[in-house]
Design a protein around this ligand. Structure first.
Ligand code: HEC
Ligand code: HEC
Length: 397
């Protein structure tokens, strides 16, 4: 059988050469068509970092983004096409909720999604915007990062093979396809399904030069689309650009956010000089005394200081992405503010930047009701309507 296949391969190579040669003879100047794509003009918003996480083997092109947008929203990415088995990235990453689930999802009403087999995701979702500025690792624990040399995750059904790298947004595409708490399909099923849909071969040809459809191209194009999703147009951004004023309450909240004497949030969540509103780093923010989640930052680094540590997520669009924390323990922003005000609990793993654990405090920033309202007003000024309504990010079907 093997020899038979090899002969066929050799034969077809020979035929290809013969054809190529005969064409050449007919028309000596006939150079093979060059595949041309249009580079995506990524505009770095004023004041944003210029260090973009775009892998050299997957530059962003207009054609790649167009294809990726369709795939991101296409429920048949699950590899099935019956109504009950449709699932795409947009099932759990909704534009109306800053590409998160949010508290108002029609199906996942508690904000905690589950996959096609009904198994809940180990953590609550993360929003998908400004990810092109994340060079520190994706997911709550940063497992997917450029430094990651691990191959495969048997518990996810992900084979330990080099082509299934675990280093960037591309990896999260096929992880979503095979993970048992998400699509729980197979790469083959998804490839077969996408190949069978008439609209796709021409789109793959535009993006990649020929009609071949495979998981590498599926994940590259979706990753390109995700890298174009940016948020830089909240009221706070307009204030920083000198286009709009903050209200007195928002302004007071900003000062609280931004000062150590105040609520002391900026060390981990950015702001002055860091418009991402996250450092993209991992901290234990003093919620617990017992740490037994195998998917915390310690699960990745095995460094004892990382027990109970997670990504300090961006606070942009935070109004829309509750419930809060990796385990969704706080339903509202008021609960989060109460926690940072008087709910901190000491453990030896609490990060040193949780300064309000130290005397004369101990329980938190101890804000009065007026200060809590001000801090909340500031957090609400981080909502970006442009992100929520921008046509280029929306469902193209
Ligand atoms: C069933 C719901 C679900 C589906 C479907 C889903 N995701 Fe997610 N996504 C999540 C959850 C939950 C997380 C957070 C996981 C964690 O860190 O533990 C996440 C995290 C991510 C992140 C990391 C964001 C960051 O800031 O680190 C990316 C990127 C992502 N998803 C992309 C995708 C893509 C691409 C698809 C489609 C192939 C997809 N997701 C489908 C639930 C889902
Ligand atoms: C020592 C670093 C640190 C400081 C200081 C800090 N945070 Fe956080 N914050 C985190 C981490 C880490 C998380 C995620 C923890 C988790 O999911 O378990 C988080 C989560 C949050 C969330 C929920 C995010 C989400 O997507 O669910 C909000 C809201 C928040 N912080 C607001 C604040 C505010 C307001 C302050 C100031 C009062 C503050 N933080 C101070 C590290 C910090």
């Amino acid at each position: 059988m093997k020899i038979y296949i090899r002969n066929i391969v050799l034969l077809s190579i020979a035929i290809s050469f013969a054809l190529l040669y005969s064409c050449k003879k007919d028309d000596e100047d006939n150079t093979p068509p060059v595949h041309e794509t249009t580079p995506y003009n990524f505009v770095v918003p004023q004041g944003f970092p210029t260090n973009l996480n775009i892998p050299t083997d997957n530059p962003i092109t207009m054609e790649g983004v167009e294809l990726g947008r369709y795939l991101f929203y296409d429920g048949r990415l699950s590899g099935r096409d019956d109504a009950d088995s449709l699932m795409s990235c947009a099932t759990c990453h909704l534009q109306s909720a800053a590409f998160e689930i949010g508290p108002n999802h029609p199906k996942y009403t508690d904000g905690h999604p589950y996959g096609l087999t009904g198994i809940k995701t180990p953590h609550f979702p993360l929003p998908l915007f400004n990810l092109v500025w994340n060079n520190e690792g994706y997911l709550w624990n940063g497992f997917i990062s450029k430094e990651n040399t691990a191959l495969g995750i048997p518990s996810y059904g992900i084979p330990a093979e080099p082509q299934y790298h675990l280093t960037n947004i591309e990896s999260l595409v096929w992880m979503g396809i095979v993970a048992k708490h998400e699509i729980h399909g197979t790469i083959e099923m998804t490839e077969r399904m996408i190949r069978s849909i008439d609209m796709y071969p021409p789109l793959f040809e535009k993006a990649f030069g020929d009609r071949q459809i495979n998981i590498d191209r599926i994940s590259k194009s979706i990753a390109q689309f995700i890298r174009t999703i940016t948020s830089s147009d909240s009221k706070f951004d307009k204030y920083l650009r000198g286009e709009e004023n903050l209200s007195p309450a928002e302004n007071r909240g900003y000062v609280l956010f931004q000062t150590e004497e105040g609520a002391d949030c900026f060390h981990c969540h950015g702001s002055l000089g860091n418009p991402l509103m996250t450092t993209n780093q991992f901290y234990n923010n003093a919620k617990d005394t017992v740490f037994d989640d195998p998917r915390d930052r310690y699960g990745v680094t095995k460094n004892p200081i990382d027990h109970g540590a997670y990504k300090a997520t961006t606070l942009r669009n935070i109004e829309l992405t509750g419930p809060y924390m990796h385990d969704g323990r706080f339903k509202t922003l008021d609960e989060v503010i109460d926690f940072y005000s008087e709910g901190l609990v000491y453990s030896e793993y609490a990060h040193p930047l949780m300064e309000k654990l130290r005397p004369p405090y101990g329980r938190g920033a101890e804000l009065n009701p007026g200060q809590k309202a001000d801090l909340k007003a500031f957090l609400l000024s981080l909502t970006d309507e442009t992100l929520l309504t921008k046509e280029e990010y929306s469902n193209p079907f």
